[in-house]
Ligand binder design. Structure first.
Ligand SMILES: [Cu+2]
Length: 105
């Protein structure tokens, strides 16, 4: 019985740790990000979904969070979790005019 109780407590801790983190979705449509600017909190995740019928890429060269999610087609998404406060510029390598800013607080 003691063992079962320990497992239940551990599960509760996992739930409370993730409950404070939010997930946002930014879509790529008509060669643009759905928002120009997004304000999130440290620990939050942003899901980048391609809604165009051609490939988009998602990357950032920002010091705060450097990443490259690669290129992917319509209907697919990739997620990034932001673990530090600051500003992140997000771009698409295929379409240079696509640009957005994420403010992590
Ligand atoms: Cu693009």
């Amino acid at each position: 019985m003691n063992h079962i109780k320990t497992v239940a407590t551990a599960a509760l801790l996992v739930i409370s740790a993730t409950a404070t983190a939010a997930e946002y979705e930014v879509t790529q449509k008509n060669k643009a990000f759905s928002v120009k600017e997004l304000n999130i909190k440290v620990g939050d995740t942003v899901k980048f979904t391609n809604q165009d019928s051609f490939f988009h890429n998602v990357f950032s060269l920002s010091d705060l969070k450097t990443f490259d999610l690669g290129s992917y087609p319509k209907g697919e998404y990739k997620k990034v979790t932001f673990d530090k406060a600051g500003k992140v510029e997000v771009e698409c390598a295929i379409h240079p005019s696509m640009l957005m800013t994420i403010n992590v607080e």
